[in-house]
Design a protein around this ligand. Structure first.
Ligand code: CMC
Length: 428
């Protein structure tokens, strides 16, 4: 707690509020007693100035473009770590030694199969269903399968539910893809890495051996690392809010998936690549920039802007570099990358984007890589959800074990009618 206090004056009355210190980053004013003291609420639609919880998992400095997981810069993790290691780090707080990492990887690998009955769920969906709709439904359905890991007050059961979610998400995501293209589901293989196994279940067929391309495996793993967690974003806050009532963990993650799907959040990766393909050639960029600046047009430059980053999203920097490397290594010459680079330059030099501090975010370049790997755009947000599951379970666990945890229950500024009497329909 800081020595200084925040003093609130309303009319003649003043009241002091504690200012709390984090380890780094902005201090917060503790307004928990505000309503009891004043009968007033704070008003903050979209939570632009509200810290909804205490957390020690992820830190973002949006002005400087810094992202740390448990203190480690995202650039270092993306270059030097693996998704399994980052998953362990997010869930447990520290990097594992070799033996611990092997044990964790073994545990996750042994949970990758889904209950056979779950596969029948897929057949209920239309073949042309969006894979995010399938993911949302199937992950929600997990809550009816694993009754032995749903006592959220038991830390061991929470851990088992978390491991199951991290492990089964690639299987469920790959099955969603297979269903959409009419190919048979593939069972997981325990001799492959987390990411290699996912690639095989997605792109392999039973008729022949699938050989994991190390370039693709490394690119995919990096993308998973970059999407693993991002502080109290909309979907993570959704998972926390759903979980705050004591709800089933699998159902909470399904709620997070639903929130992530929106184009302002994780759905932006699909929308960004569709936009880049629609622009097609660099000569059409000015038309789209003009639309993005036009207040009467709802169009936004997808993959640009962020609530927290008022500087480059550090994940976008890593992905921008990775996009060139991966396309080079795979020998792919996709003109969409040239369009993206040109659009980025034009936007970064345009006064509208400069004044509003709008920079490329994680979703701007990821689609270029995912498309080069062979994913259809509808799968992009599914891959985001797969990776973010790690962050969701880490944040959910942190919340449940926090003694200050309460059910999430925001209040409102009511602007509807004051009390009035019912009038029978004949007299209206
Ligand atoms: N194109 C054009 N104008 C924009 C854009 C954009 N992409 N983003 C923000 N603006 C303008 C917006 O019109 C507003 O202008 P004004 O102040 O004149 O009304 C100003 O910038 C501030 O925008 P805001 O909507 O008030 O900011 P926000 O913090 O509520 O929204 C955002 C953040 C990410 C939803 C928004 O920037 C956006 O819609 N971006 C496009 C979608 C996108 O790429 N989303 C992915 C975000 S990163 C990954 C993730 O979260 O999953």
């Amino acid at each position: 707690m800081a020595d200084t206090k925040a003093t609130l004056t309303i009319g003649d009355a003043t009241k002091d509020y504690d200012i709390l210190d984090g380890s780094v980053g902005p201090q917060v004013i503790d307004v928990r007693k505000l309503y009891a003291n004043t009968g007033m609420f704070t008003y903050d639609p979209g939570f632009t100035s509200t810290a909804s919880c205490e957390s020690n998992i992820t830190y973002i400095d949006g002005d400087e473009g810094i992202l740390l997981h448990r203190g480690y810069p995202i650039e270092q993790l993306a270059e030097q770590s693996s998704f399994m290691e980052v998953a362990y780090l997010l869930m447990n707080g520290d990097l594992p030694d070799k033996e611990t990492l092997d044990k964790f990887t073994y545990t996750i690998t042994r949970h990758t199969m889904v209950h056979e009955q779950l596969s029948t769920f897929y057949r209920g969906f239309r073949r042309d269903a969006h894979p995010m709709a399938i993911l949302c439904g199937v992950v929600g359905a997990l809550s009816s399968f694993y009754h032995d890991s749903t006592d959220i007050n038991d830390p061991l059961q929470r851990t088992i539910a978390s491991h199951r979610l991290i492990a089964k998400m690639p299987t469920i995501a790959a099955m969603a893809y297979k269903y959409s293209v009419g190919q048979p589901f593939l069972y997981p293989r325990n001799d492959l890495s987390y990411t290699g196994n996912f690639l095989r279940m997605t792109f392999g067929v039973p008729a022949e051996e699938y050989v994991v391309d190390p370039v693709v495996e490394a690119a995919m793993d990096k993308i998973f690392i970059l999407h693993a967690d991002h502080e109290q974003n909309a979907s993570t806050s959704t998972v926390r809010l759903a979980g705050s009532s004591g709800a089933n963990p699998f159902a909470c993650i399904a709620a997070g998936i639903a929130c992530l799907w929106g184009p302002a959040h994780g759905g932006a990766n699909e929308a960004a690549l569709n936009m880049l393909r629609e622009i097609g050639t660099p000569d059409r960029i000015p038309e789209y920039i003009a639309r993005a600046k036009n207040k009467d047009d709802p169009f936004r430059l997808m993959g640009f802007g962020h609530r927290v980053y008022k500087n480059f999203d550090p994940r976008a920097k890593v992905l921008s570099k990775a996009a060139s490397e991966v396309l080079d290594k795979l020998g792919i010459n996709d003109p969409v990358l040239d369009t993206a680079r040109e659009l980025e330059q034009i936007a970064l030099n345009d006064p509208y984007f400069i004044e509003k501090k709008l920079y490329p975010n994680v979703d701007f370049y990821s689609g270029v890589i995912l498309s080069a790997i062979g994913f259809p755009t509808e799968m992009f947000t599914v891959l985001f959800a797969l990776a973010r599951t790690v962050g969701w379970v880490a944040q959910w666990n942190e919340m449940i074990s926090d003694p200050a945890q309460k059910i999430g229950r925001p209040r409102q500024l009511y602007t509807g009618p004051a009390q009035r009497d019912y009038v029978p329909v004949a007299q209206r």
